[in-house]
Design a protein around this ligand. Structure first.
Ligand code: UD1
Ligand code: CA
Length: 479
């Protein structure tokens, strides 16, 4: 068995990205709920390198802390090298290597603006590089329209000679459709040596990483190309049009992944799924549904239409229709919607219900409990088997502070009850419709508002003569 060389991956993220026309550094724009930078670092970390280096420069006040955050999330070490002035991709790699001065193994170079690149593809490049015992292997792409890319120039026998940038290419070279993806595997020693010999003698006056191929080849070293199986994976993002295109392609892949894992997606074109979302078997996703963050959908759940869930946990077989939800938990077999707004800290128990025009926040609702209609539940704990009447409000805010309401098990609270927190309603208690609960209700009690209803007979005919109401009243009295 050949022993694998040690590996380092250098991710270039120092460029200006001016075509984004943004105050945000290019690689911090997001698709699939993750920045381009994060996508590229995840792919790089996916090949388990001994060292992972990010080269930062332009707007590094934004990029550098973002790299640290991503490293923490991924629980890997990411070294950073600062390229003060962006003198080209060759210069960026020179800078990157200063972070690993002793390293001698295989150096992989990737770009932070190719968010669809998968670790399997980087791995296949490295495998080819090591198997062929090459000094340099470039990940190449076959494009029918190669405009803008560096062309891979081969000799009559098909050996790779060099890469020529479009701006430096002859008419004939421009017709070549095999292009440089910007991803390479290098023998570390060959790379270090060649980088001391590259020059700015080119149309852009920059130090090109691509010149390393020609130098290695001239030294008699083996230079190879590995053609990416799927060129779409290397689609670069330089402007917002490409950002949207990459986002759509990523989404297409994520929706397909969910379907292959056993979810039914009624309309893949209007279903958006973030990279970290987990979707179980026999889930049905209706149109216009967006699932973001660390959302988890249990087996057999039905989601949508018109539903946006972020960092939500939905239990098996739950139904969530026309709902906006964030940082909440929906229990198994529970039903939510339509037109429900779930805010952070909501926990709905098994078989529970949050119905139409219900808003919840920081509310723990026990198993089999229902909040079916037109209600605000904030800062509350509700027991099991309780029903909250229509149009109730948990008045949690006294204008200065938030307070908590506790409702026991198996309660039946009437329509239009106001729970003025802090207040506790005991197990099995009832409240009458329209009650303003300001004092605790003991278990099993009925809380009702004092103040009897008074009917003033004949008031409408006396005070609103000639109206339709007065006519109707007169008709009812005479019939
Ligand atoms: C580069 C390649 C080209 C290839 C194309 C693929 C060179 C000379 N050309 O061209 O052959 O077809 O990528 O997309 O390498 N960067 C830095 N510091 C710099 C310059 C660039 O970190 O000084 C980073 C950028 O942030 C970016 C990457 O390097 O992530 C590529 O740079 P870019 O200027 O986009 O190169 P291209 O002109 O697209
Ligand atoms: Ca580019």
């Amino acid at each position: 068995m050949p022993t694998h060389a040690e590996r380092a991956v250098v991710v270039l993220a120092a460029g200006a990205g001016t075509r984004m026309k943004s105050d945000r550094q290019k690689t911090l724009h997001e698709i699939g709920g993750r920045s381009l930078l994060s996508h590229s670092l995840h792919a790089a970390a996916g090949v388990h390198p001994n060292y992972l280096v990010a080269v930062v420069g332009h707007q590094r006040d934004q990029v550098s802390p973002a790299v640290d955050t991503i490293a923490e999330e991924m629980q890997v070490t990411i070294l950073q090298a600062v390229q003060e002035e962006q003198n080209g991709t060759g210069h960026a790699v020179q800078i990157g290597l200063t972070a690993i001065p002793e390293f001698q193994g295989t150096v992989v170079v990737t770009n932070a603006d190719v968010p669809l690149l998968q670790p399997e593809t980087i791995q296949a490049l490295v495998d080819t590089h090591e198997r062929e015992d090459a000094a340099v292997t470039v990940l190449s792409l076959e494009f029918s329209n190669p405009t803008g890319y560096g062309r891979i120039i081969r000799d009559a026998d098909g050996n790779v000679l060099e890469i020529v940038e479009e701006k430096d290419a002859s008419e004939e070279q421009r017709r070549v459709r095999e292009v440089n993806s910007g991803v390479f595997a290098f023998d570390g020693a060959v790379l270090r040596d060649a980088l001391t010999r590259i020059t700015t003698d080119n149309a852009q006056g920059e130090l090109y990483i691509t010149d390393v191929l020609g130098i290695a080849r001239a030294d008699g070293k083996k230079v190879a190309a590995f053609t990416a199986p799927d060129a779409r994976e290397l689609a670069g993002v330089n402007d917002r049009v490409q950002l949207a295109a990459a986002g759509k392609e990523l989404n297409r892949r994520l929706v397909e992944r969910a379907m292959r894992a056993g979810a039914t997606v009624i309309d893949p074109d209007t279903t958006w799924i973030g990279v970290e979302v987990e979707i179980g078997r026999d889930v049905v996703i209706h149109p216009n549904t967006q699932l973001w963050g660390s959302t988890v959908i249990g087996d057999g759940a039905v989601i949508g239409p018109d539903t946006t869930l972020t960092d939500m946990e939905v239990g098996p077989r739950a139904s969530v229709v026309r709902t906006q939800g964030e940082l909440g938990v929906i229990g198994e077999d529970a039903t939510v919607g339509p037109f429900t707004y779930i805010r952070p800290g909501t926990e709905l128990g098994a078989r529970g219900k949050l119905g139409g025009f219900v808003e919840s926040k920081n509310a723990k609702i026990g198993a089999d409990s229902k909040v079916p209609h037109l209600t605000y539940v904030g800062d509350a704990t509700i027991g099991v088997g309780t029903n909250i009447g229509a149009s109730s409000v948990f008045a949690n805010y006294d204008g200065v502070k938030k307070h908590h309401t506790v409702i026991g098990d198996h309660c039946r609270t009437g329509s239009d009850t106001m729970f003025v927190a802090p207040v506790t309603v005991g197990d099995g208690a009832y409240t009458g419709a329209g009650t303003v609960v300001v004092n605790d209700v003991p278990p099993g009690a009925l809380a009702i508002k004092e103040g009897r209803q008074r009917n003033i007979e004949g008031w409408v005919e006396a005070n609103r003569p000639g109206t339709d109401a007065a006519e109707a009243a007169k008709h009812a009295r005479e019939s």
